[in-house]
Write a protein that binds this ligand. Structure first.
Ligand SMILES: *Cc1c(COP(=O)(O)O)cnc(C)c1O
Length: 393
């Protein structure tokens, strides 16, 4: 992908549909995470931030975002899968990479070779790693506890089995303990502090009390809303990409975040239609007045959800909201520009953004159209849409 086009006003590769990813906005959001963490630092305590770049950086591009954040002081990165870690290593990222979501036995040699730091939740995983571990090049592992989410995480019994295996294996060293918050999107819920207490109890257990272990609990919601959850290193995800971890109770602007993604397209045709003209697949809409209908070369294959059809969603054209009309197709989407006389062939359409004036749909509005959360809106941006990186250094 050409990520540094000579003329920034032109879309990459010439296709008039692309996503701009503002790396300065990512850096701003990263500094907010870091500031939050610093604010609760105890005297002499080292803190670290490991940005979560799983799912290709929440759909926006793990490699360029990780490179930008490494320059800005990120201490390491978190990914969900071994494949995601391989991609980062192949791109030349040598920083520590934490593997959040487990691995299978055939993947263990890759973890050892690339020196990934897995969060372990089953004793089997420690055994798989022990099979490929290299005493001359020991790798760091963490134990992930379930402290109340009832998702991935080990019990104390399972953890003690792992400690035993790790101790017997010269190629493995236990460096940390971690867990994940279930209700950090609502920071005042009592479950958050219960999980903190549970993690503290684990740390004072005789199996762990006398070790120097690096502890992590906080995701974005924990970093911004639950100071007690900070411990030694933070794992911010959604906030880096401009999504509020507190949606829908608190929006991204109120949380002080900057919008990162702006999804562009351009009108490639405008038809003038008489009243009573049926439009698009299934003729689901019929014009109720003489209309100007624009076509955008973007569709559900690009991640524009088909549930935006029939005026559920809109785009911003020439500073005005233009409703999506008829059914979103695989490669094309129609918009009603009757009330936008300035709209012409070549007019830019912003499908997702977050301008000051509030004309462009932001991740929260788009999430609302389909009853989802900003995380899913970003992750579903299609692979077919070129990404362009602004403010690359
Ligand atoms: C995805 C994930 C995160 C990041 O969560 P956000 O809510 O996006 O900040 C942190 N930790 C784990 C274990 C995760 O799976």
């Amino acid at each position: 992908m050409n990520i540094n086009p000579p003329n920034p006003s032109e879309p990459p590769q010439g296709r008039p549909t692309w996503v701009d990813v503002d790396l300065d906005a990512v850096r701003h959001n990263f500094h907010l995470a870091k500031q939050a963490m610093k604010a609760t630092r105890l005297p002499g305590q080292q803190i670290a931030i490991y940005p979560v770049v799983k799912a290709d950086g929440y759909g926006l591009g793990a490699t360029p975002i990780a490179k930008a954040l490494h320059q800005s002081g990120a201490d390491g990165f978190c990914v969900a899968t071994v494949e995601e870690a391989v991609t980062l290593r192949e791109a030349g990222i040598r920083a520590p990479i934490v593997l959040l979501a487990g691995f299978s036995r055939p993947q263990a040699p890759t973890i050892v070779k690339l020196e990934l730091e897995p969060l372990l939740f089953r004793a089997d995983e420690a055994r798989y790693l022990a099979e490929s571990a290299n005493p001359k090049q020991p790798i760091a592992v963490h134990i992930q506890f379930d402290t109340g989410m009832a998702r991935l995480g080990s019990s104390m019994d399972e953890a003690l089995k792992m400690v035993h295996i790790i101790h017997q294996t010269a190629g493995l060293k236990l460096v940390g303990i971690s867990s994940h918050l279930a209700c950090a999107d609502q920071p005042t819920r009592p479950e958050n502090l219960k999980q903190v207490q549970k993690l503290r109890a684990i740390l004072s257990h005789e199996g762990f009390a006398n070790r120097t272990l690096r502890v992590s609990l906080a995701n974005s919601g924990g970093l911004l809303g639950v100071p007690e959850s900070h411990f030694d290193w933070g794992r911010p995800g959604i906030m880096l990409y401009g999504g509020s971890p507190f949606f829908p109770e608190m929006g991204w602007r109120e949380a002080g975040l900057h919008a990162v993604a702006r999804w562009h397209s351009r009108i490639i045709q405008i038809q003038t239609l008489d009243t009573g003209t049926p439009m698009g697949y299934g003729h689901t809409e019929t014009t109720t007045r003489p209309s100007r209908i624009g076509q955008l070369p973007v569709g559900y294959a690009d991640g524009l959800n088909r549930l935006h059809s029939n005026r559920k969603g809109w785009v911003a054209i020439e500073g005005v909201r233009a409703p999506i009309v008829g059914r979103v197709c695989m490669d094309l989407t129609a918009v009603d520009v009757t009330d936008i006389p300035a709209a012409h062939i070549g007019s830019e359409a912003i499908l997702l953004g977050g301008d000051e004036a509030g004309i462009e749909p932001d991740v929260e509005e788009m999430a609302t159209w389909t009853g989802t959360i900003p995380y899913e809106v970003l992750c579903r941006l299609g692979q077919r849409v070129p990404r362009r990186y602004l403010h690359q250094k």
